[in-house]
Design a protein around this ligand. Structure first.
Ligand code: COS
Length: 390
């Protein structure tokens, strides 16, 4: 369950508490994973779909509730990082279709993902364009019959090679940099799209570098208008960056729970580890940072659900603070476990590896700082701020 106090916060209505209980019941009955990470991801996605939980990640009415997404990730990540990954990817992979797709594209690609029968992927990053989205070189050109032809390479693509549907951001050249990008829906079966490399990472999940060689998609598979790809990608990230923060909160809660269990049972110097003031310092820091992170996460989610057009500043603050705090919590958890904390496969060591990538993906911490700083500059320059300062 998400922390009971959190669910009593004014960001939430009764429907959110019901949802949290539903996700909690689901994750508690999950069997052990298949050892093969691809099979495990497919099985977890299917289980999430069968339980009806992917209705929040791929909503039928097209309205992504960021609070539902965040609560689910908070709870799933606390118990099972791969289940959180499977849930998050169903949403991130289809987010651009949910928000910008035509009714025809939605009805063709979304129901199978919602049922957990198909995986989805979001293909933005490239070998030479990670943080700098404006540097994307994968190109899409229009054929005479109106269809699009995509050529290039994408990397760090979660579910790459397994997904049945991809959203691919490519250069179409309507303008320079961010103004010349478009977003396309590409079926996983499209000829010419191949896995160039599978990438093994610290916390194993399906990840690949993909090659696009004359991959053709119909004219109506461009989301929005050509040239709107950057805005579409950033809007999707505005919705999903707070959810990365929520997953971080869940991982940090796990770190705190493991730490308390260890500290109150481990005896040393005639008392327990918890009785050492330095342990209490660690526990107090973890607990305070978890609440602060959760407040930022659920503030961003509440703002978006309330109809705010842009929440880039609040989404970035939530992701930045929560993921950095989760890393500190995981590290403190390892420290409190001593040698046991670095044993391969021990719960603190697994957690420590699971948390690390969150500070990198969907915009590294440094990128979140750029977004926050620019937003502060713009707010200070806004006429209302100048009046207030005078
Ligand atoms: N929603 C809608 N529009 C947005 C937006 C958002 N969240 N963020 C930016 N825009 C608009 C800007 O308003 C600007 O519009 P104009 O050209 O009309 O002025 C345009 O998009 C370009 O924005 P900006 O100048 O801020 O672009 P930059 O090239 O400087 O890039 C960063 C900004 C670095 C923030 C962006 O590239 C980014 O988020 N990078 C990280 C990407 C990432 O997360 N990668 C990991 C992918 S894993 S899924």
């Amino acid at each position: 369950m998400a922390d009971r106090d959190v669910l009593a916060w004014p960001f939430f209505a009764p429907e959110h508490r019901v949802w949290a209980a539903e996700v909690d019941a689901f994750v508690r009955q999950l069997p052990a994973h298949d050892e093969d990470v691809d099979r495990a991801t497919i099985e977890l996605t299917r289980a999430l779909g069968e339980a009806g939980l992917l209705r929040a990640a791929v909503p039928e009415d097209g309205r992504l509730s960021v609070r539902h997404l965040c609560l689910a990730r908070d709870i799933l990540a606390r118990h099972d990082g791969l289940a959180d990954f499977a849930f998050a990817m169903a949403g991130l992979g289809t987010g651009a279709i949910t928000l910008f797709g035509t009714p025809a594209l939605k009805s063709r690609y979304l129901p199978a993902v919602r049922r957990g029968e198909a995986l989805a992927a979001f293909a933005l990053s490239e070998p030479e364009a990670g943080s700098d989205v404006a540097a994307i070189t994968t190109a899409a050109s229009r054929d005479r019959d109106g269809s699009w032809r995509i050529n290039g390479e994408k990397t760090w693509i979660s579910n790459g090679g397994l997904a049945a549907v991809y959203v691919v951001v490519a250069r179409t050249g309507e303008g320079p940099g961010t103004r010349g990008l478009s977003a396309f829906v590409v079926p996983g079966s499209a000829p010419g799209m191949t896995v160039a490399e599978r990438i093994a990472v610290a916390a194993p999940h399906p990840l690949a570098r993909l090659r696009f060689e004359d991959v053709r998609v119909p004219g109506d598979h461009c989301l929005g208008a050509p040239g709107e790809g950057f805005r579409i990608a950033m809007t999707v990230l505005d919705h999903f960056r707070p959810t990365v923060g929520a997953a971080a909160v869940g991982f940090a809660r796990r770190a705190l729970a493991l730490s308390l269990a260890r500290a109150t049972s481990r005896r040393l110097f005639g008392s327990t580890l918890f009785d050492q003031q330095m342990t209490q310092d660690a526990v107090a820091s973890m607990a305070t940072e978890i609440d602060a992170a959760a407040l930022l996460v659920y503030r961003a989610a509440w703002l978006k659900d309330g109809g705010a057009e842009r929440i880039s500043r609040e989404a970035s603050m939530a992701k930045l603070f929560a993921t950095e705090a989760a890393q500190r919590a995981a590290d403190r958890c390892v420290q409190l476990h001593g040698g046991l904390g670095v044993v391969s496969g021990s719960p603190p060591e697994v957690l420590w590896r699971e948390v690390r990538a969150l500070r990198v993906y969907e915009g590294a911490s440094e990128i979140q700082k750029l977004v926050i700083a620019r937003a502060e500059r713009d707010r200070a320059a806004a006429p209302s701020a100048r009046v207030a300062a005078a």
